[in-house]
Design a protein around this ligand. Structure first.
Ligand code: CO
Length: 254
């Protein structure tokens, strides 16, 4: 039998709730960013996120997901994604830290990541962050009705590679809605004018993971924390984006 995999199209009601979920996620993210300073440990950030999520009567999306025990991923320097918070991971001047937050609100999900510097960071670290963020926006620009998924993926990849960095292959973005992960998978590499057509009402979590060196990654013994194989730095940004005509709408922005 043929398996059909379809990309959900959200109703007006679903879009309204996704907007709220996105706004809440982004609001908590702004508060988390303000907590990032030298001396702070990753578990403190996790608990800070949990308190904010509870205060807003929401649920952490990551806690319990496939056995993940925390509500936040905190990935420092050579850690790419899924850094498991612990008290002995202490932020220091010059680090770059990516925080990835997932929130469920009334059955709908927000999922967002940013990378920020701790105190003064090197020019090269700042450049990696800037390129990763811009790569996300290059992808978002192509998230318009009538385009195809490969247009988004290739825009991210081209921008990153033009800047002599690499895009991680092992992890990808995803559709998002009443589940954290929905169809389609959204790679940060691809070929223009290929893949499914984008239509109004689709919502995508676009999330480039960009490595300073090679794109190869390894997963540590905790089963989650993903690091670069060459030990160089990595950066990550994620937004949830509604396809709406020629004007993509970022749901995870204040
Ligand atoms: Co995601």
């Amino acid at each position: 039998m043929l398996t059909t995999r379809s990309i959900p199209i959200k109703s007006e009601y679903e879009i309204k709730l996704m907007r709220e979920a996105g706004r809440i996620t982004s609001g908590i993210m702004q508060k988390l960013k303000a907590e990032i300073k030298p001396g702070v440990n990753a578990e403190y950030l996790n608990e800070f996120a949990e308190k904010e999520i509870a205060r807003l009567k929401c649920t952490p999306a990551f806690k319990g997901y496939m056995g993940y025990t925390k509500s936040l991923c905190v990935s420092i320097n050579n850690e790419v994604v899924h850094g498991v918070p612990s008290e002995n991971k202490i932020l220091k001047v010059g680090d770059i830290v990516s925080i990835d937050l997932g929130v469920e609100y009334k059955g709908f999900y927000g999922d967002m990541a940013v990378t920020v510097g701790v105190g003064k960071i090197s020019k090269s670290a700042q450049h990696l962050i800037d390129v990763t963020k811009q790569a996300l926006y290059e992808g978002i620009k192509k998230a318009i009705s009538g385009n195809r998924l490969g247009d988004v993926s290739s825009a991210v990849q081209n921008y990153v590679e033009k800047n002599n960095y690499s895009v991680v292959r092992k992890f990808v973005g995803h559709g998002i809605g009443s589940k954290l992960h929905e169809e389609p998978e959204i790679p940060n590499f691809g070929i223009p004018n290929t893949g499914p057509e984008l239509k109004n009402g689709m919502i995508f979590a676009i999330e480039p993971m960009v490595n300073e060196g090679s794109y190869e990654v390894e997963i540590l013994n905790d089963g989650w924390t993903t690091v670069t194989r060459d030990g160089k730095m990595s950066s990550h940004f994620e937004h949830n984006v509604l396809i709406w005509g020629m004007k993509p709408q970022i749901l995870t922005e204040q």
